[in-house]
Every structure is written in C-alpha cells, then in structure tokens.
Design a protein around this ligand. Sequence first.
Ligand code: SF4
Length: 553
Amino acid sequence: MTDATAPKETAAQRVERIKREKAPWSIMDDIRRYAKDGFAAIPADDLAVRFRAWGLYTQGDGGGTRGEEMPFFMMRVRTPNGVLTSKMVRTIADLSDRYARSSIDITNRQNFQLHWLRIEDVPAVWDALETVGWGSQGSCGDNTRTVTGCPVAGVAHEELIDASPIALQVDRFLNGNPDYANLPRKFKITITGCAHWCTYPEINDIGVTAVRRSDGVVGFHARVGGGLSTRPHLALLLPAFIHPHQVPDVVNAIAGIFRDSDELRLNRTKARMKFLFLNHGWTTEAFLQEVERRIGYTLDDAAEENPPEGQYRDHIGVHPQRQEGLSYVGFSVPSGRITPEQLRRISAIAEEFGDGTLRLSATQNILVLNVPNSDVDTLIKAASDAGVWFGASPFQRGTVSCTGREYCKLAITETKVFSIRLAQELEDRLPGFTQSIKLHVTGCPNACGQHSIADIGLQGVMINVGGTQVEGFDFFVGGGLGERSSIAHRVGFRAPADDVPDALEQLLREFSSGAERDETFRTWTTRVGDAAVRSVLAGSVATSGAQPSPSVE
Ligand code: SF4
C-alpha cells in the first residue's frame, strides 16, 4: 500500500531511483526480450530512462505529434572522433533503408541518427552494427556521450598533435564502465590536437585542446563546465599543462568529480557540470586541486595559448594532407540530412579513390580521407554525380539544425526541412555572398542546434498571427567561439517561419553594403547595435506576424 502522506517523488528523484535500482546499461538483454514481446511489454521506467543508455528514445511521429508515446524509436549510433570505414557507412545506409524508412541524419557530435525503428527491429540493427565494430551504447542518457575530436586528426597539416588515439582511448574507457554508469546528467567531452578547435571545446563539459609550450613541448589544456541550453556557459580554462599521457587520468578524474557531485542530482535542469561553477561555488583553482588529489600528482603550470580567431572551420573542400601526395575532401551535407543512397555512393568513392577512410565532423558533414592528388578531380565528378555537395555556398556550409518537431517530442517548431530550404533560398537570393556565416536553427530553448554560438541563431517559438498560432523563430546574433568567444543574444525580433528568408536576406544585404573592409558579420552586428539590426529585420517583413521578442519589449 502506498503512503498517501509521503511527499511526491520529484522528476529528478524518479530518474535517480530508476538508475539506482537497475543500471541502465544492464538492460540490453531485456531490450532484446521486448523486441520479441512487443512495445507493450516495455516497463515505463525502462522506456523513460534506461533505454537512453542504449541510444534509444521514443520519437514523435514525423508529423510533429506531441504528448503521445509513439511506438517508434530514434537510435543514435556512437561514432567516437567521427572515425568511419566505408564498410560502416554502407552498413548504416542499408540499415536505414531496411529498418528506418530511409531516414538518417549526421549529428553535431559526429554521430549518425536513425529514426522510425520499431522495437522489434532493434536487435537486428545492433547485430548488424556489431559486425563492423559499432554500436549505440552510451550515446544518450546520463553517460559520457561520444567523445568527439578533430575529423582530420592525423592528416591535417596544422595540427599540433594527433589526439585521436587519446580521444578513442578515453571513449573506450568511460563508455560501458560501471564506475561511470550513473552520472548526474549527460556528459560531453572533446579532445582535439588541432589549432582550429572545430569540435567546440568551449561548449563541452570537458574541452581538451593542444598547446605548444615555450620550450617546444606539446601537451594539452583542459576547459571545464561548458554547455548551452537555457543557461549557456562557456567552459573555463583549468590553470594547468597536461602532458599527452596524463590526459586520460585528468579526464577520468573530472568525470569522477561530476559523478560524485550529488548536489547536482536534485534538479535535472541544473544537473550539468557547469552548475558546479554557476551555482555551487567551485572555482577553477579548487577544481584543479581536486583533480590533482584524485590523480595523485601535480600538473605543470599552464602554458600561454592562442585560441583560434573564431571563424568556424568545417573542413569542406579539397585540402592537402600532411602525407605527401594525398588530400582529404570534405562534403557539405545541409543540416546533416543525407540519403542512404548518397552514403553508399560516398562509401564506394572512398574505396575507389582512397583507402576507405571517412570521418564525420561536428558541423554535420562527411569527409573522405587519403585520396591521391591525381584522383581528386575524378572523385569530385563522381561525388557530384551522386548529388553530394562539394562547392557549397556559405549558407549550405554554415547551416546547422537540431532534429526539431519532425522527430523530437520537446520541439516547438520544425527545423530540419526549414533550415535546408532556408539555406537554399539564401543561396538563390544572394548569389555573390561569400563570407562564412554560422546559421544555426534550433526547435526549442534546449539549444541542440547550438544557436547560442552562431552568427545568426534562430530559436523556434509559436507566434500569434491574427489569433492563430503559427511556427516562428526568435532571432539571436553575436555568438562565436575562439579568441573572442561570446554567447549569442536575443536581438528583439521574432517572425513567422515563412517570413524568415525575407528578414535574413535584408539583414545580409545590409551587412554586405555596410560592413567595413574585412569586417565579419559578428563584428558588424556588434558595431551597428541591436536597434539597427532589429529595424532592418522589421523593415523587411511584409506580413504583420513579425513581433518584438517579449524579453526586450
Ligand atoms: Fe528537440 Fe529542442 Fe533539442 Fe531541437 S533543441 S532537438 S527541438 S530538444
């Protein structure tokens, strides 16, 4: 009998209880059993919490139904450092056709995502992934998510060190490790040896970046506590220099600090590691002391570092590798959406012209590595015959979006198709526009599309137009990472989705004509100010749906 006077369990308490009662990673055999017994056999606690540890969420119905548990699943396939073989790419393309209604997206953590999976088909998908050394463990839920890294690690001319072996080692150690099975919340790590920080260390829980000391020794710095969502926070630099062999110790110690921070487990919305700094009084000095206590030795003093200037680097195009006579080729995949057939063609191209090595990037794109320079032209022709973008416009390259209402049950608006069409519209309307623009679209304040770090961020909202609620977007500007990191801010203008192309066209035209020599879009918006940006946006829109954002009214 339940005690009616007992206090009601909070959402956080419920999740913590479910994780404690049975480790989420332990239910793989149960999921295989549910596949035989059907969707109705899945206990609510498994469905709500433990499935996530296997990269599985129930999805919306593709048309945006919300508030209803649909018997279809999204599966995120964990791809550490974005490292792929042609065989893996062919495998996921075939799985997408066979079980996922040909859906497939590249995520901004270098993973693939399948939709429309039935519980009955999950074991077959796992078994096929297993044949190529792949899987979905730990790609969602309160785990260490896929450890990301530079997609051109090991081949880039400019890298200080190939950090991919370290990223893969850390990923192997933490994922599936019972000691790290129950973290307070999701935990994101990136480890990169390149000079461009294309995996955005500033917005990870741990961002490890290479640095060369004045004595010539190459090692790493670590930033901690980065994250976006409703309270964006840029990661803080720990004052220490970390030798390459020390990185796994340091990262594991930080994961341990996070795991042991029970104060974070009281409220799911404030459970990310950044809240240790925001709400619980931690400083980077105290944090470093605790890291050193856990690893049992003292780290060297931090070196002087030069963060990249902040323009995004997407690795699109042909680039010579540091291996003589070889190049890598980066293809632009608008908002990460690709077809199984395109993937099969890219896989075949990677085998025919390279050695079958491919990588995924944090900008939702795909790269083919190790192509002899003499074959590059033929490869480009073969790729364009397959409909894979190569010489993409700044809009195709710079547009990123989250999953949105199509499959995400938390979404306010559709984002994927919207962002792909928006990039196409802007390309058609502004053919001479050459400056790189990060245009990030996100379907709700959770910010999975990372609108807070974009030159132009669009966050989904519902707008009242003449008494009818329509999908629209709130405009943000001024986000950027690197040397002059800043979080994008709401500019004070929102418009129905249909009016967004007009508004952005006008804004970008104004920028093109008004920018000073070499001025970036971000610098320009800062110089002219929000009122001017708002007035350009508002002046462009013919309908009465455009409105000031409530928070700046
Ligand atoms: Fe879903 Fe919101 Fe995340 Fe987009 S930002 S994927 S809509 S939760």
